[in-house]
Design a protein around this ligand. Structure first.
Ligand SMILES: Nc1nc2c(ncn2[C@@H]2O[C@H](COP(=O)(O)OP(=O)(O)OP(=O)(O)O)[C@@H](O)[C@H]2O)c(=O)[nH]1
Ligand SMILES: [Mg+2]
Length: 231
């Protein structure tokens, strides 16, 4: 190994350690505040914002919900998500291809987390970089659309291994793009045996009931208290 390679590895380890410290603090803060935090990772355009737009609209009548969204540039996604009427903040990362725990901490610094039940964090569209950055979330979803090819889990195993649930999106297009959904599921399970898989369409609403069941039952009422139903 050359001197340059050694140094690269050392820097990377240091950055990750620093991120882990902040992520641990965030996780503690989220638990103490009673806010359940779920993040979404995927390749660009897999449908994270469309999925979140539906999720926010469906949850907002019953729960206090908010979202953060990361992109290199523009606040397009924040503007889309705000249409659901919930608080949304855009994190613009510039040249950074993933969210880091410190970015999340800063974006939340003037929010009263105890006044939220759910916080959703949409990561920058990228199937590689976000994988190794813990954001302190309790649930991480990896989305993967039918238009991307069934082999993506095999090619990008790390992002599937660092997520809790896989969401196959745009299933309304599966037949048109000749996506073999069974093969897609097999490939996810080959990388991550036993992984929970959802098939959804933000366009038709297919699969959103199962997603709502999952996210509402994952938020443990025992440790967070009873849901604060909105008037
Ligand atoms: N047919 C269909 N199109 C979808 C669905 N979900 C998203 N799309 C379309 O896919 C495109 C990308 O969707 P976005 O929600 O912006 O994807 P994203 O993952 O947030 O994209 P980035 O934030 O740029 O990474 C848009 O044109 C959406 O309308 C779906 O369920 N069905
Ligand atoms: Mg988006």
């Amino acid at each position: 190994m050359s001197i340059g390679e050694t140094r690269l590895v050392q820097v990377r380890t240091k950055i990750l350690k620093q991120n882990d410290v902040v992520a641990r603090e965030l996780r503690d803060t989220f638990r103490q505040s009673g806010v359940y935090v779920a993040s979404l990772v995927s390749s660009p355009g897999a449908g994270k914002t469309a999925f979140l737009e539906k999720t926010l609209s469906l949850l907002a009548p019953r729960w206090r919900v908010a979202a953060l969204v990361g992109d290199l540039a523009t606040d397009n996604d924040a503007m889309r998500l705000r249409r659901s009427g919930v608080p949304v903040r855009q994190i613009t990362t510039g040249t950074v291809c993933h969210l880091e725990a410190e970015m999340v901490r800063q974006a939340l610094s003037d929010w009263k987390l105890a006044e939220l039940d759910y916080l959703f964090v949409e990561n920058v569209g990228n199937l590689v970089c976000p994988a190794t950055f813990d954001l302190g979330e309790q649930l991480r979803l990896v989305l993967f659309s039918v238009t991307e090819g069934e082999d993506k889990p095999l090619k990008y195993p790390t992002i599937f291994n660092t997520a809790d649930v896989a969401v196959i999106t745009k299933v309304d297009l599966a037949a048109a793009v000749e996506c073999d959904l069974a093969a897609a599921r097999r490939n996810i399970l080959a990388v991550r045996p036993g992984m929970r898989i959802l098939e959804v369409s933000a366009k038709t609403g297919q699969g959103l009931d199962a997603w709502l069941d999952l996210v509402e039952s994952a938020r443990p009422a025992a440790s967070f208290g009873e849901p604060k139903l909105l008037a």
